[in-house]
Design a protein. Structure first.
Length: 330
């Protein structure tokens, strides 16, 4: 549900990162809650079969492939193994941690990026996940030549529980906005308090329309605009989550339950160790990058191809080049 929020508020700090992992980071970093964090880890699903495709090098960087999915996967309560085949990825990001400096950076990969999918020809990168998480992992590693050390997935079917557990989030709109496919409906400009259902409608919106000059106009930036909105939403949700834990530690139990329902990781990742290593980077701020792309129509599909300077960005996330210019802060 939506409620108009008229209270004054400070502009949130820009910490673009995967919401669920950073909630675990928050639990690890909050005094007296380490036991709760371990309980969270015990509930996190494990995706088997990825070990052979993960990098094991001891180089200077560590990359996490982060996927927001519509799989609605169900885990085996006895084994903790999650079956996520046949779903689709809605968000694909790579979180880079520099082991020496501790700095972190986030790369957004458009779901419409047209790439070679190992064993399945050429298609949008989103379709790789439809075969399996392993296929998506292989695509990112082989086609984009990005080393991936760990895999983290957030199922959007449990995403709304995460938002509800932190008491909802506040988002502001300059003009009336809607998406009939997801139920997003902002009738008037202003700041709105969104519960999990409303937030999910915003985060998943692919047909985002704004009422401009007397008519409804769909966002012409398509997938790129959606990715930008998702990053901005994660920023707001993370800020809200951290503030909620500080003011009301009793919410920890709700967060544990919500994280357990929505998060899955590769079988070798220790979320607490990862959270500890990323905590300082989250506090200092995570630099955000978008993969440079150009639009094209291929075989009747509107797709995106790697654009100019894409190699410069990819080299940085490979650990072989300097940091390129970051995206403007949203």
């Amino acid at each position: 549900m939506l409620a108009i929020d008229t209270s004054p508020r400070r502009r949130p700090r820009r910490w673009p990162a995967a919401l669920a992992l950073t909630l675990i980071v928050a639990l690890v970093g909050t005094g007296g809650l380490l036991i709760a964090a371990r309980r969270t880890v015990d509930k996190v699903g494990r995706i088997s079969g990825l070990g052979d495709d993960l990098n094991r090098s001891s180089g200077s960087i560590e990359n996490f492939l982060m996927v927001g999915s519509d799989s609605r996967a169900k885990g085996d309560p006895n084994t903790g193994v999650v079956d996520v085949s046949g779903g689709r990825s809605d968000t694909i990001m790579v979180l880079r941690r520099d082991k020496k400096s501790g700095d972190a950076a986030l790369l957004s990969i458009p779901r419409d990026l047209y790439v070679e999918i190992p064993g399945h020809g050429t298609d949008r990168i989103n379709s790789a996940y439809g075969y399996s998480p392993q296929t998506l992992l292989q695509t990112v590693r082989q086609t984009l030549d990005l080393p991936i050390h760990h895999y983290i997935e957030v199922d959007f079917s449990g995403f709304k529980d995460l938002v509800d557990a932190i008491g909802g989030v506040n988002l502001c709109f300059l003009i009336p906005t809607r998406d009939g496919n997801t139920g997003l409906n902002i009738p008037e400009p202003g700041c709105y308090h969104m519960d999990g259902t409303a937030a999910l409608g915003y985060a998943r919106s692919r047909h985002y329309e704004e009422f401009i000059d007397g008519e409804w106009r769909e966002d012409p930036t398509s997938d790129l605009g959606r990715t930008k909105r998702q990053r901005a939403f994660i920023n707001t949700a993370l800020t809200t989550a951290l503030a909620s834990l500080k003011t009301n530690p009793m919410k920890t139990g709700e967060l544990i339950t919500a994280i357990g329902k929505s998060v899955s990781v590769d079988s070798e990742l220790d979320p607490i160790a990862a959270g500890s290593s990323l905590r300082s980077a989250m506090q200092d701020g995570v630099v955000s990058y978008s993969l440079p792309v150009t639009g094209k129509r291929v075989k009747g599909k509107d797709v995106l191809l790697l654009g100019e300077n894409a190699e410069e960005t990819l080299a940085y996330f490979r650990g072989t080049g300097p940091a390129p210019a970051a995206d403007p802060k949203e």
